[in-house]
Design a protein around this ligand. Structure first.
Ligand code: COA
Length: 324
């Protein structure tokens, strides 16, 4: 018998304000048609003034707790993936802990940009396997609207704000790919690629938060290659093949990247969960948002094999395969 991390529930929160592509036509040399054709994005949510990443995270966490019928003190640990924390410290995770009224356990943030949720989930699985926790709340929460250069049409039309949460808890497994829960994880980074996607500010440089800078076409090429590689590798590790996959829940950055990855895995698009049209790229929040939206719609059946994969600044990239 081995310890597995099974998903108990999901939850999400999107800020009220919805911004359609046409909004950017007023200030930038861009069109709704260009954004749809090149990215698949139609609209995104932006946080209200004063609405912080921790506010979004707490709402997503409450939704996941409610759906599971659990109280905050039933959780042993909180891991938040974010690159847009309220403050330099303390972590968003400890703010969520306080916001939920959780008076025990521990909480910390993980920063792997758009791959953050995959890294957080892999680490939370490690906490469960190593008996440091039995139940972990894993959250991806972002307010990328705070680090946009609104004059740069190559970036500001791509991102949105939001938060998603999953609760994973220990279950006994046989150690085979028939088990429920996280079956394998695959994490990667290459720090030599930092200049193609980064934020031009920070504590040790400008003393300001800075703005996101990206060489989109280079990131695009790395994404298509590396996401297919990590997805194949994680399936290999679990002893599964692409044909065993019921759902691909990819990071929602660009529909063309998602389609290319699905093609490389020989997966039909009806097995791919898509939220990019309505959410844009919400960085570390995009996968738990997509999981929660699909879960809410009743799309997953017990026993389904789900692959999540993501790539982000660093570069960082990775994947998780789990059985629902
Ligand atoms: N509206 C109109 N034109 C735009 C535009 C916009 N919003 N953004 C960029 N363009 C222009 C460029 O300026 C360029 O014009 P030029 O040829 O006159 O210089 C042209 O479109 C082509 O630019 P390019 O960057 O090669 O386009 P692309 O097809 O690669 O699409 C992205 C641009 C950003 C949509 C695409 O590269 C992408 O999605 N990259 C990955 C981004 C990503 O996923 N990042 C997050 C990873 S976590």
């Amino acid at each position: 018998m081995i310890r597995r991390s099974v998903i108990r529930s999901t939850g999400h929160y999107l800020p009220e304000r919805v911004v359609e592509n046409s909004h950017f036509e007023q200030t930038l040399d861009t069109t709704d048609a260009w954004i749809r054709d090149r990215t698949g994005i139609e609209r995104r949510h932006f946080a209200a003034e004063g609405e912080r990443t921790s506010d979004l995270a707490i709402k997503a966490a409450r939704a996941a707790l409610d759906r599971a019928g659990l109280a905050a003190n039933d959780i042993d640990a909180i891991v938040v993936a974010t690159s847009t924390p309220d403050l330099t410290f303390p972590s968003v995770a400890t703010m969520v802990q306080a916001g939920l009224g959780m008076t025990r356990g521990f909480a910390f943030d993980v920063q792997a940009v758009c791959a953050g949720f995959v890294f957080a989930l892999a680490n939370a699985d490690g906490l469960i396997r190593s008996e440091q926790a039995n139940r972990v709340l894993v959250i991806g929460a972002e307010t990328f609207s705070r680090i946009m250069d609104w004059t740069d049409r190559g970036t500001c039309v791509l991102f949105g704000d939001g938060a998603g949460a999953v609760i994973i808890e220990v279950a006994e497994g046989e150690g085979t790919s028939d088990d429920r829960g996280v079956l394998a994880t695959d994490l990667n980074s290459d720090g030599t690629l930092r200049d193609i996607l980064y934020v031009d500010g920070g504590v040790g440089t400008t003393g300001t938060a800075g703005c996101l800078r990206m060489q989109g076409n280079l990131v695009f090429r790395h994404a298509v290659e590396k996401l297919a590689q990590t997805a194949h590798r994680v399936l290999d590790k679990a002893g599964l093949a692409p044909a065993d996959v019921d759902w691909l829940v990819p990071h929602q950055a660009n529909l063309r990247i998602i389609t290319a990855t699905a093609n490389k895995m020989h997966l039909p698009m009806d097995k791919v969960v898509l939220t990019v049209a309505d959410h844009g790229n919400t960085s570390a929040a995009s996968i738990p948002l997509a999981l929660s939206v699909a879960d809410t719609a009743g799309r997953f059946q017990r026993g389904d094999v789900i692959v999540t994969e993501a790539i982000g600044g660093g570069l960082t990239w990775g994947s998780v395969v789990l059985r629902w």
